[in-house]
Design a protein around this ligand. Structure first.
Ligand code: HEC
Ligand code: HEC
Length: 235
C-alpha cells in the first residue's frame, strides 16, 4: 500500500514536470464541485433547479444552512429517503457543507406555475392558513416563519415557492407521521401535527399556485421574530 502510494507519488512528480494537467488525471479525478454534484444532478437538475419528477425537490437558492441541515438529517436518518441516505452515509460534514453552499449559490429561474385543478374553496382555505393561520387551533400563519413573501429566512428556514404540491404534501405528511424530523425544538413538527389532511391539500395547492416574487432571496437572520422557537434556526 505504502509502496504503491510512494510509486504513484513519484510518477506524479515526474509527470508534473512534464505536463501538469496530465499529472492530475494520472493520480485521481479532479475534485471539482461539478464532479462532486454529478451524483445529485440526475435527480435535482444541474443547478439544483429540479427535474420533471414531482417528488424531487428544487435545491437552488435555498438558505445554505437549511440545505446543510437536510444533508445532515439524511446522513443520520432523521429524514428518510434510501437513495439519499446511502449516498451521504460516508461523506464528511465539511464536504456536505460545501455542497449545500454550492446549491444555495445557484439561481436558475423558477419553473412556470403549473395548471392547478384545486377548487376556489380549497385555494381560499390554503391562502387563509398560509397568511393568517387558524388561531383557534393554534396554527400560526406559515408566513410568520417562512416570511411575508414566503422566501424564507437565513440560516434555517426555506422559502415555500417553486415547490410542487405533491412534494409539499409529502413533506407535511412525513412530519405528521414522524419520518421527517428536524433539530429540536422541531417547530415544523408542531405545526404539521395540527393540520388535517384537508389543510395539507389546501396549503399545498395554494402555495404551488403562487407566482414567484422578483426577489427570491431568503431574508437575513433576525428580520422578524418567530411565533415559537425552531431548532433549525438557532438562537
Ligand atoms: C435518486 C434521486 C436522488 C439523488 C441521486 C439525490 N437526491 Fe436529494 N432528494 C431526492 C428526493 C426524492 C428528496 C426528497 C426526499 C423526501 O421525501 O424527503 C431529496 C431531498 C434532498 C434535499 C432536501 C431538499 C429540501 O428542500 O428539503 C437536499 C438538500 C438534497 N436532496 C441534496 C442532494 C445532494 C447534495 C445529492 C448528491 C450528493 C442528492 N440530493 C442526490 C432525490 C435524490
Ligand atoms: C414556527 C415556525 C414555522 C411555521 C409557523 C411554519 N414553518 Fe414550515 N418550516 C419551518 C422550519 C424551521 C423549517 C425547516 C425545518 C428543517 O430544518 O427541516 C420548515 C420547513 C418547511 C417545509 C419543508 C420545505 C422543503 O423544501 O422541504 C415545508 C413544506 C413547510 N415548512 C411548510 C409549512 C407550512 C405549509 C406552514 C403553515 C401551515 C408552515 N410551514 C409553518 C418553520 C415553520
Amino acid at each position: 500500500m505504502f509502496a504503491r502510494a510512494a510509486a504513484s507519488a513519484a510518477l506524479v512528480v515526474t509527470l508534473a514536470a512534464f505536463d501538469g494537467a496530465a499529472a492530475q488525471t494520472a493520480s485521481q479525478p479532479p475534485d471539482t464541485m461539478a464532479a462532486r454534484v454529478e451524483a445529485c444532478t440526475p435527480c435535482h437538475g444541474n443547478k439544483g433547479e429540479g427535474t420533471s419528477d414531482v417528488y424531487f425537490p428544487r435545491l437552488a437558492g435555498k438558505p445554505s444552512g437549511y440545505l446543510y441541515n437536510q444533508l445532515l438529517a439524511f446522513k443520520s436518518g432523521r429524514r428518510k429517503y434510501p437513495p439519499m441516505n446511502y449516498l451521504l452515509e460516508f461523506l464528511t460534514d465539511p464536504y456536505l457543507q460545501q455542497m449545500a453552499e454550492y446549491f444555495a449559490d445557484q439561481h436558475p429561474p423558477l419553473p412556470p406555475v403549473a395548471a392547478n385543478d384545486a377548487s376556489q374553496e380549497v385555494l381560499q382555505r390554503g391562502q387563509l392558513l398560509v397568511s393568517r393561520g387558524d388561531p383557534q387551533r393554534q396554527i400560526p400563519a406559515c408566513g410568520s416563519c417562512h416570511g411575508p413573501a414566503l422566501t424564507g429566512m437565513e440560516p434555517g428556514i426555506p422559502g415555500l415557492l417553486g415547490l410542487r404540491p405533491n412534494y409539499i404534501s409529502a413533506q407535511l405528511g412525513a412530519w405528521r407521521y414522524g419520518t421527517r424530523t428536524a433539530k429540536a425544538p422541531d417547530c415544523m413538527q408542531q405545526v404539521a401535527a395540527r393540520l388535517t389532511e384537508e389543510d395539507v391539500t389546501a396549503v399545498a395547492a395554494w402555495l404551488a399556485s403562487r407566482q414567484a416574487p422578483v426577489n427570491l432571496a431568503p431574508v437575513p437572520k433576525g428580520t422578524y421574530v418567530l411565533p415559537f422557537a425552531c431548532g433549525s434556526e438557532g438562537d
